[in-house]
Design a binder for this molecule. Structure first.
Ligand code: HEM
Length: 504
């Protein structure tokens, strides 16, 4: 029998008297702690059955309204601590950053060979290996020099997307899929100098693989209730699937490159060469790449939300297009550098990330040490999350929080670098996202290209103000229904878009 996260029927059988005694002792001991407030918990199972797995972000936001900006819940014998205000986020990501900078070590992550020595996002703590990978990824992919040197790749991929969409002129397109394939290829070209998917291909399989990695960062039922380990065949199966799929995606590329190392040309070195030359084995390389490529989904999801919001808010769309148009010289291409100087454009991106953060809880942190946050105990090994979805929609922080109003950011000194605790789409502290510069460049270039090159409309003459904006919980937090859009190439485009380069 396979254990899955919805399977609670085994509890009565599993809870033998000795286990009950153990949990009772633990429960009594934790009673003495002054934990953050939270909803009443059942003995033994805690709040596990209360958790709304369909909409945890809104459920936890509502709990914060009842119990305050720092709450605690019990997942069996484990604690979950949730911060839902700028002040409590600051406590987690700045004041207690060192103690709370761990990641959850799930059974799934320990079932993969060499996992802990080849991941950044999911590294259980900030150890030497994490530092090595983080600094090398920074140097090769995200430093100012690296970002600049890869700008050609991003421009080429944006042009490929435009040509593809010109071909689909006036047809209905699932815009997130095309953006996703564009971003995946842009990222894999940056990391290992190759495309891995065609724009016309179905992206579902690749996206499914990418989303399966999220499960590595959170506890499943067998993590929470160790008595269930005996029934847990799901972990083994998922680990096997991950290994097979990661080999299928990266295996040939890595094998090929190893074969070409004798002709190594230092002037064309990419991140894959760096890993090979630092003696990473195949599995380790697959882990590094799988983890980094997951982020393409966050970028395309952000763009899909931005396009949906701008479709619904015609006034904002017109203002944005005017600003972009004025900044482009006749006969030139859209370039990344001038986009950073457009205030309304930057405000639209911040406003999208405020309302629709792809990671509504960041990547869950884990307490490496017990510590006191705002006079409450956070026990060692607690799972600690910041509900940035709740913070972004809190009327105590934002006026008219549910409306898309980029103007709110104009003239305000609020950036995305993790020190303005009311806006934290990339997290903060030592586990802050290292891909911020790349993610922003990519979002800016692709959004500007779509706004500038096309007139947008919805299928069947649908009224844009009636567009359904519901979300469906997943990581990244995406739209409940994919955005279907008709893009019509604008007449008299004054930018130059070179013809696509023939594929070799
Ligand atoms: C819209 C796009 C993106 C969003 C919203 C985003 C968001 C985040 C968030 C919330 C975290 C966790 C921060 C925390 O735990 O406090 C994170 C971590 C990370 N991100 Fe991103 N990210 C994006 C794009 C990227 C890209 C393009 C890359 C690289 C290719 C990247 C690489 C990483 C890495 C390596 C970490 C782990 C840092 C660590 O644990 O030390 N991200 N990101």
């Amino acid at each position: 029998m396979e254990l899955n996260d919805d399977n609670y029927l085994l509890f009565p059988i599993l809870l033998s008297p000795s286990i009950l005694i153990f949990i009772f002792v633990w429960y009594k001991a934790s009673k003495g702690l002054k934990l953050p407030p939270g909803p009443p918990a059942w003995p033994i199972i805690g709040n596990t059955l209360d958790l709304d797995a369909q909409k945890p972000h809104t459920w936890l936001a509502n709990l914060a309204k009842c119990y305050g900006p720092l709450i605690s819940l019990r997942l069996g014998p484990k604690f979950l601590v949730v911060a839902s205000s700028p002040a409590t986020a600051r406590e987690i990501l700045k004041t207690h950053d060192k103690d709370l900078s761990g990641r959850y070590k799930s059974r799934l992550s320990t079932a993969i060979p060499d996992f802990k020595s080849s991941v950044i996002v999911l590294s259980a703590d900030c150890n030497e290996r994490w530092r090595f990978l983080r600094s090398n990824a920074h140097l090769e992919l995200f430093s100012a020099r690296a970002i600049e040197s890869h700008s050609k790749i991003r421009a080429e991929k944006a042009e490929e997307m435009l040509h593809f969409l010109f071909e689909k002129d006036n047809e209905v397109v699932a815009i997130a899929d095309i953006l996703y394939a564009t971003i995946v290829n842009s990222l894999t070209n940056t990391m290992l100098s190759e495309d891995i998917i065609g724009l016309e291909e179905n992206v579902d399989d690749l996206r499914k693989f990418s989303r399966s990695l999220i499960e590595f960062a959170v506890p499943g039922m067998a993590d929470i209730f160790s008595v269930m380990e005996v029934f847990d065949s799901g972990t083994k199966r998922k680990a096997k699937e991950y290994k097979e799929k990661s080999r299928a995606v990266w295996g040939n590329i890595v094998r090929d490159r190893r074969g070409r190392q004798k002709d190594f040309d230092a002037t064309r070195m990419d991140f894959l060469d760096v890993l090979i030359r630092n003696s990473f084995d195949d599995c380790q390389i697959f882990n590094v790449f799988s983890e980094l490529f997951v982020t393409s989904d966050s970028i395309s999801t952000t763009l899909e939300w931005a396009v949906a919001e701008l479709t619904r808010n015609q006034e904002a769309f017109t203002k944005l297009r005017d600003e972009i148009t004025k900044s482009i010289e006749e006969g030139t291409t859209i370039t990344e550098n001038h986009l950073t100087k457009l205030p309304y454009f930057q405000a639209c991106i911040k406003e999208t990330l405020r309302l629709h953060p792809p990671s509504p809880f960041l990547v869950p942190h884990c307490a490496l040490q017990s510590c006191k946050v705002m006079n409450y105990e956070v026990p060692k090994n607690s799972l600690v999350v910041v509900n940035i979805y709740a913070i972004g929609r809190d009327p105590n922080t934002w006026e008219d929080p549910l409306s898309f109003k980029p103007e709110r950011f104009l003239g305000k000194n609020i950036d995305l670098k993790g020190t303005h605790y009311e806006l934290l789409p990339f997290g903060g502290g030592r586990r802050i996202c290292i891909g911020i510069p790349l993610a922003l460049k990519q979002i800016q270039l692709l959004l500007a290209s779509l706004v500038y090159a096309f007139d947008w409309s919805l299928p069947d003459g649908m009224d844009p103000t009636k567009l359904d904006m519901s979300d469906k919980f997943s990581i990244p937090l995406g739209r409940a229904k994919p955005l279907l859009l008709i893009l019509k190439k604008r007449k008299h485009l004054k930018i130059h878009i070179p013809p696509p380069r023939p594929k070799i």
